[in-house]
Write a new protein. Structure first.
Length: 101
């Protein structure tokens, strides 16, 4: 996943590998929490890379929901963007405990 992320970002050196790996791990955790899965199937690796790139590119905008600069206004998605959610497995419902009559 790291090599694909670097390729998509146009990064050729290894100086940012630790930072990029951080965003990959953050993306894996976000996908696990969103989908309620303990293990993410390999087929979703591209979605994880997409999310890691999104987190990396928007690292300075965490917690900001909208920005205005002159006459331009921009809304920022907090969490996983809908375009990435659309390619992830649908969230599962975890049942905790037992139902007793």
């Amino acid at each position: 996943m790291l090599e694909l992320m670097k390729l998509l970002l146009g990064i050729t050196d290894n100086y940012k590998d630790t930072i990029l790996n951080f965003y990959i791990e953050k993306s894996i955790l976000a996908v696990k929490n969103y989908s309620c899965l303990d293990i993410i199937p390999e087929e979703y690796n591209n979605a994880i890379v997409d999310l890691a790139i999104y987190f990396y590119k928007n690292k300075d905008k965490i917690g900001i929901t909208s920005m205005t600069q002159g006459s331009r206004s921009q809304s920022i998605v907090d969490g996983i963007p809908n375009s990435i959610k659309a390619i992830l497995p649908k969230p599962k419902i975890k049942v905790v405990g037992e139902y007793v009559l």
